[in-house]
Ligand binder design. Structure first.
Ligand code: ATP
Ligand code: MG
Length: 510
């Protein structure tokens, strides 16, 4: 065991199996640290939830006011300053097994910094797991089991700029670097702002990137604006989310699609909007005809339907490979919704089918509150039901969902409740904090209070993947940074430099 940190004290509430306070008599104890106590039952591991400094000389505001600074000159104040830590017992190691705490240690028991090996066991840390960073206050890498972290879905939540995408990049690196024998999964990212396209670029500046790894050969970037989806596989419900349809138009369009689908099954081949237009031409009722032409021209404008899926994303989902669907160039929100809905549904169906053409996969959804919103009418949130299905049923079929959001309050509660692990970086909005408190099981009040003071890159992980809420520092990335990551200042300088260069070129040409 390491050096003694403190001694258990007797308080109104403890020591009890759920709360233990100790006075610190050596070294520093921080909130979020793991400590341990050896006693009759075994070795108890505890999480420090709060640290409070006390000093008898400063207990009475009236005497502090009257005596003021003279207090420290005339009395041994420093000797009476104590640091008291409140800790929550997490479990007791009996030999190598972890048991629930049912019996407290005695007042006077000695408290030590937790042994690294015991922390690893307690948090289910695995040597060859997914290494997300390092625990705060302990020399322990947070290397987590793939299934525990992802199988029952993961939510990554933080205010804008707190480091969500950075943390996701680290997780992507870990997934891509896994060896075959460790079990590789396919990875698909819906990249709303083109933040992960850098995975597909060969390293930009080889001299500057000695520590960086080139992921381009393992990555496929797909420009979302060029994706075409097979009209034959789209439901009228999906179409009605893109253009407004009256009940009559819905019925008429449904009839046409069914007819064309039947003909396709009979051997006529796939169809597109031109074929639908031809069908509309043969409708007798002029009014219905002209209103459907209007609908078709609106659908043509969205420019997403073709005869077949192009490219066929399913073909790119391979073990240990990353597919980034770059939605950055798509302006229409509806188009983004339909793409996410259609592709999520397709991926999940492929996984659920008996033939299973694709490997187990993890689907990352950036800006998830836009695709899985809480409360929005379903015609404006067409992707929600498909992503919800993955959140509810995915774990049985090897389809893991990772939702990333800066507005958890606006994120669908059902989906969030199905994310059994949460990585929370800094969140300051009180409504979001409340929502996190309600939706994250196992998150105590003390940890919630710490979330708003986390620094960029510091995170709290809670849930299935770890035995207790744990603070960690996200490790340094090994993939090159996204071009979007430059500061406002750097972007301004780059813009001016480019402008100067253009002027110079023009002058030298003249
Ligand atoms: N762990 C980290 N170590 C070092 N720098 C980091 C870390 N996390 C984030 N940063 C830096 O902080 C900035 C913001 O990070 P990031 O883009 O990941 O935030 P975000 O939460 O995804 O924001 P947004 O919601 O706007 O997309 C970036 O410049 C990034 O390089
Ligand atoms: Mg981001």
């Amino acid at each position: 065991m390491s050096e003694q940190l403190g001694t258990v004290v007797s308080t109104m509430e403890g020591p009890s199996p759920s709360k233990i306070s100790f006075v610190v008599n050596n070294g520093k104890v921080h909130k979020g640290m793991f400590v341990e106590i050896e006693y009759s039952e075994g070795v108890m591991v505890l999480l420090v939830e709060d640290v409070i400094k006390t000093n008898r000389y400063f207990e009475r505001p009236d005497s502090v006011k009257v005596i003021g600074d003279d207090l420290e000159k005339n009395f041994p104040c420093a000797e009476w300053e104590f640091l008291v830590a409140n800790a929550k017992p997490l479990g007791v190691f009996v030999k190598d097994f972890i048991q629930r705490t049912t019996f407290p240690p005695s007042p006077g028991a000695r408290v030590f910094c937790a042994d690294n090996e015991r922390i690893r066991k307690f948090l289910s840390i695995q040597v060859d797991g997914l290494n997300l960073g390092k625990l705060q206050f302990h020399d322990v890498e947070l290397s987590l089991n793939l299934s525990k972290l992802l199988q029952k879905h993961l939510a990554i939540i933080a205010t804008s700029g707190a480091g969500k995408s950075y943390c996701v990049s680290v997780l992507l690196e870990e997934l891509l670097l896994r060896k075959k024998e460790q079990g590789q999964i396919g990875v698909v990212v819906f990249d709303t702002h083109g933040e992960y396209t850098c995975f597909g670029d060969p390293l930009r500046n080889k001299n500057e990137s000695i520590d960086l790894i080139d992921f381009s050969s393992r990555t496929r970037i797909i420009d979302g604006s060029k994706i075409r989806i097979a009209l034959s596989k789209v439901s009228v419900h999906m179409l009605s989310s893109m253009v407004e349809l009256t009940p009559n138009q819905k019925r008429a369009l449904g009839r046409i699609l069914n007819k064309l689908k039947e003909e396709m099954r009979a051997g006529a081949g796939p169809f597109d909007l031109i074929d639908v237009k031809n069908e509309v031409n043969s409708i007798d009722n002029e009014k219905t005809q002209s209103s459907l032409f209007g609908v078709i021209s609106d659908l043509e404008e969205i420019n997403i339907f073709g005869k077949i899926d192009e490219p066929s994303i399913i073909d790119f989902v391979k073990p240990g490979r990353l597919v980034v669907i770059d939605l950055n160039l798509i302006i229409s929100e509806k188009k983004k919704q339909v793409l996410v809905a259609y592709l999520s549904d397709k991926l999940f169906k492929e996984r659920r089918s008996f033939g299973k053409k694709i490997p187990p996969f993890a689907l990352f959804v950036e800006e998830a509150h836009n695709f899985i919103p809480e409360g929005t009418a379903s015609e404006h949130a067409v992707a929600r039901s498909y992503l919800r299905t993955i959140a509810r049923e995915g774990r049985k079929f090897g389809a893991a969902l990772v939702v990333i959001s800066q507005r958890p309050k606006r994120l669908d509660t059902t989906t969030l409740a199905n994310c059994n692990t949460n990585i929370i970086l800094r969140v300051t909005n009180p409504y979001d904090l409340d929502h996190i408190a309600q939706s994250c099981e196992g998150l105590d009040k003390q940890s919630i209070n710490s979330i708003s003071s986390l620094r960029v890159g510091e995170a709290l992980i809670v849930g299935e993947a770890v035995g207790a809420p744990t603070f960690f520092k996200v490790r340094k990335r090994t993939s090159q940074a996204s071009r979007h990551e430059s500061t406002l200042e750097d972007s301004a300088k780059e813009f001016i430099a480019n402008e100067d260069k253009t002027k110079e070129d023009v002058n030298s040409f003249l």
